[in-house]
Ligand binder design. Structure first.
Ligand SMILES: Nc1ncnc2c1ncn2[C@@H]1O[C@H](COP(=O)(O)OP(=O)(O)OP(=O)(O)O)[C@@H](O)[C@H]1O
Ligand SMILES: [Mg+2]
Length: 274
């Protein structure tokens, strides 16, 4: 499964991506995590030690081949992984999109093309999870960077502007050949929060695949630079992400910790934000 995690800035994309990746890896799936944020911090959330994280370099654009019908890599994907991926906990392999090193450096077109090529060539291995932690901007959709993913997970916080972003991104994804779009609620503090997101998803025919509670333990773990799966107090949050793994795995060959029910998806048919 190739899964992209998107949403408004600060919605919890990196937190959920890292936790999802660690849980899927522990369940026995080979996992490749791609930090597709030009302001990267997935390595931290996965638990890569700082001294190792500094070695995460971008896959160079010189490896992109413009093939008929799309992009791809000039070398076998396994060779690219061996050369450029960092080892993260639980056997995860982490690739980076790269970050601008200097001011006034120019655009990130080639970095986006690299991510698109990686995603194209990482398809095909059934139980492999490829998870892409995206930046907050809609550029990954407008450029088609994630056109090769199977599923897009839109992280929604229970407030209007976050839901507005989910609606806007959902409309863009609907124009890509992506098979499934789901919403996951994050930072849910009350029944009213849950109701707001449920009502939004019902109204716009989004599949609500999971709900992650607000927890001060997430903030505490983040302060200490500890991944959630390694922070005992975060158990309810980790359990909610495990449910999300189960819901998404139910549709495909991804191994999962436990099963969960799912709702049929009709895809986004949004006309207005809320
Ligand atoms: N369920 C939660 N409960 C409490 N705090 C949370 C929860 N999920 C995420 N956070 C906190 O919200 C902040 C933003 O989370 P995170 O970095 O994962 O968001 P993001 O969407 O990746 O942000 P960006 O758009 O900058 O990439 C972090 O401080 C994180 O610890
Ligand atoms: Mg992030």
């Amino acid at each position: 499964m190739r899964l992209a995690v998107a949403g408004k800035g600060g919605a919890g994309k990196t937190t959920i991506s890292a936790t999802f990746a660690r849980l899927a890896a522990r369940a026995g799936n080979p996992v490749v995590a791609i930090d597709a944020d030009a302001n990267p911090n997935l390595s931290t959330a996965l638990g890569v030690p700082p001294a190792v994280a500094t070695r995460l370099g971008p896959v160079p654009p010189s490896l992109i081949s413009r093939r008929l019908g799309g992009t791809g890599l000039t070398e076998p994907i396994d060779a690219v992984l061996d050369r450029y991926a960092l080892s993260a906990p639980d056997g995860i392999r982490l690739l980076g999109m790269g970050a601008p090193a200097h001011a006034d450096e120019g655009c990130l077109c080639s970095a986006h093309a690299v991510v698109a090529s990686l995603l194209e060539d990482l398809g095909g291995e059934d139980d492999r999870l490829v998870i892409v932690d995206m930046e907050a901007s809609p550029e990954h959709f407008s450029r088609g960077t994630v056109r090769h993913v199977d599923t897009v997970c839109l992280v929604a916080e229970p407030y209007y502007r976050s839901l507005e972003t989910v609606w806007r991104m959902g409309a863009l994804v609907a124009e890509l050949p992506v098979g499934r779009v789901v919403v996951v609620a994050n930072k849910v503090r009350s029944a009213e929060d849950q109701e707001a997101i449920t009502e939004f998803c019902d109204r716009h025919a989004f599949e609500l695949a999971g709900s992650v509670p607000w927890s001060e333990e997430v903030v505490a773990a983040d302060r200490q630079r500890v991944p959630l799966v390694d922070w005992p107090g975060a158990t309810p949050v980790v359990a909610a992400v495990a449910e999300l793994v189960a819901v998404l795995a139910a549709a495909g060959p991804l191994r999962q910790a436990h099963a969960a029910s799912n709702k049929a998806s009709t895809g986004p048919t949004c006309q207005s934000p809320r």
